[in-house]
Each structure stands twice: as C-alpha cells, then as structure tokens.
Design a protein around this ligand. Structure first.
Ligand code: ADP
Length: 151
C-alpha cells in the first residue's frame, strides 16, 4: 500500500496520458489552396481544424471553422482567395510534441481558447506536422481513464 490519496493516484494516472497514444492523423493543406478548397477539405476529411503547410511541408498556419465562415461572409470570390490570407500564422501557432502529456495539451487548449493543435517534430528545416490533438482526443482519454480503471 503506497499511502497515496485517491486524488494523488488520479493525478498520477492523468499525467501518464501521452499525446503519442491519443493523437489523430493531421489534415494538412498547402498554403496556396483557395479558401473554397479548404472548406471542401474540411467537410470531406470531417475535421474542424486544418493545418497549413508550405511547399516544404513545414507548418505555416492554422485555419478553423470560424476562420472559414468569416471569410465566406466577405464579398471575395472564395476560389480566388488563398487560405494563407485568412489563416492564423506562425509564430503564433500553439503546438505540442508527441512526448508531451495530454494534461499539458489540455491546459494549453483552455488557456488559448482553441479546439486543436498540431503535433510537430522539429527538424533543422522547421516544424513538420506529424499529428493532431483535439478536444475529442482529450475526451477519449478521459473516458479511457475510467474504462481501464487504471487506478
Ligand atoms: P473556431 O474558430 O472554429 O471556434 P478555434 O477555437 O479552434 O475554432 O479557433 C479560434 C481561433 O484560433 C481561430 O482564429 C484559429 O485560426 C486560431 N487557432 C486554432 N488553433 C490554433 C492553434 N493551435 N494555434 C494558434 N491559433 C489557433
């Protein structure tokens, strides 16, 4: 018997949940695709956030549902506007790495008031997108915690 309280055991179990075990595949689009095509990709891939990459496949931006909705309210021709005009861009992108804990990611999602963040791998060229963590992944981990009775 460890003498740990239920709260301490729960906290330990939560901190052991890692990004690498719960991440999803990232959905990325090139920064030169149109807002129109970005909307189509978001529907076809059934995601709420797209990660925008440059010709080297390095992370350059993020586009959310509301970013696309806002762009659609304008009078511009959506097939003519490149998504990089409306995206949130580097270095203002909140990212995580596969060895981060899901708890740290959850805190960042709340703090920054965002739904998702890219999982990146840093190389000498920049940040490569390797995964995606959303509130859904966090919810799945929450359910797992109870189902697996890890305590
Ligand atoms: P929505 O805008 O559809 O409610 P979010 O809450 O995720 O979706 O996005 C809010 C704003 O934050 C958007 O302008 C979006 O571009 C930006 N954003 C989303 N994810 C990130 C991220 N990981 N890092 C920085 N900004 C982000």
């Amino acid at each position: 018997y460890t003498g740990k309280t239920g709260g301490q055991l729960l906290s330990e179990a939560v901190r052991k949940l890692m990004v690498q075990d719960y991440q999803s595949l990232p959905v990325v689009v090139d920064k030169n695709v149109s807002v129109y095509d970005a909307i189509c990709t978001m529907f076809l891939e059934d995601v709420g956030t797209l990660f925008i990459v440059d010709h080297d496949s390095l992370l350059t931006g993020v586009v959310s549902r509301k970013d696309l909705l806002r762009a659609s309210l304008g009078k511009q021709e959506l097939t003519a506007v490149p998504v990089n005009i409306i995206m949130t861009r580097m270095p203002n992108i909140t990212v995580c790495q596969r060895e981060d804990s899901l708890y740290e990611v959850a805190k960042k999602l709340i703090e920054k008031q965002i739904d998702a963040m890219p999982v990146v791998k840093y190389t000498n060229r920049g940040a490569e997108v390797t995964g995606r963590i959303t509130k859904t992944n966090i919810t799945r981990a929450f359910v797992d915690l109870v189902n697996n009775e890890v305590l």
